[in-house]
Write a protein that binds this ligand. Structure first.
Ligand SMILES: Nc1ncnc2c1ncn2[C@@H]1O[C@H](COP(=O)(O)OP(=O)(O)OP(=O)(O)O)[C@@H](O)[C@H]1O
Ligand SMILES: [Mg+2]
Length: 216
């Protein structure tokens, strides 16, 4: 089972969105997928409560039992757990980071967001936790996105697929769905599927697999 944590200290970077769209994609592919919301804002929880379909399932695990809870899910045969986090990358999240096989760091391509993301990266590097940047809410055909990717690639791997700013996201979220559930053939759905493929490739690199297997 892979434990995927979404974090960036910048508010509104797309943490809850990445958890929502990737967990739905993986569940639709037939994987056993669970969500955990560790953010008291409850964005992920509220979205999940509005859903009509059960998958992906959500479990309530407080931070003090997160590790044990995830081990129990692994023992039940779960394939993936996505953990949403508050906009905070201080040492107060170290316990969550240490449980992760991979931390996804969503970033809007703006100079302010880039600066904020580097604080998260500093923590993850000092803990030795694998991470992958995911560019979100990008405005199409702008140089600033290419500049952001170039700048980020000095600090770590950047997912090849970019999530473009599209109205399908807020539209779908209003009733607990995701873009691929309202428009399966639209560009947002294709980008989400492609991002999932990037992440699966990354998960199957040696480092990530070793962490997961070492924990059982
Ligand atoms: N690709 C996108 N296109 C359009 N809107 C998007 C996209 N990704 C995210 N959004 C919107 O941006 C807002 C912030 O996204 P989200 O809630 O995922 O960020 P967050 O990092 O979880 O925020 P917080 O720090 O408050 O937890 C939401 O309203 C969401 O619908
Ligand atoms: Mg959030």
């Amino acid at each position: 089972m892979f434990r995927i944590v979404c974090n960036s200290q910048k508010g509104g970077s797309g943490k809850s969105t990445v958890c929502r769209v990737l967990s739905v994609h993986a569940a639709r592919l037939g994987f056993s997928v669970y969500l955990v919301d560790t953010d008291t804002q409850g964005t992920l929880t509220q979205w999940h409560e509005a859903r009509e379909t059960e998958e992906p399932r959500r479990v309530e695990l407080t931070r003090d039992v997160l590790g044990k809870g995830m081990n129990a899910l692994a023992a039940q045969g779960a394939d993936f757990v996505f953990v949403d986090t508050p906009p905070n990358a201080s040492e107060h999240l170290d316990d969550v980071f240490e449980l992760a096989d991979l931390v996804l760091v969503p970033i809007k391509p703006t100079p302010d967001d880039l600066k904020a993301a580097l604080v998260t990266v500093y923590r993850l590097k000092s803990l030795g936790v694998p991470f992958l940047f995911v560019i979100t809410q990008a405005i199409q055909n702008t140089n600033i996105t290419a500049q952001a990717i170039a700048a980020l690639s000095h600090h770590g791997s950047v997912a090849e697929t970019i999530l473009v700013n599209r109205v399908a996201y807020p539209s779908a979220f209003t009733d607990g769905r995701t873009p691929q559930e309202i428009e399966p053939r639209a560009p947002a759905a294709r980008e989400i599927a492609s991002l999932w493929d990037n992440i699966l490739s990354y998960l199957h690199t040696g480092t990530v697999e070793t962490r997961s297997e070492a924990r059982g």
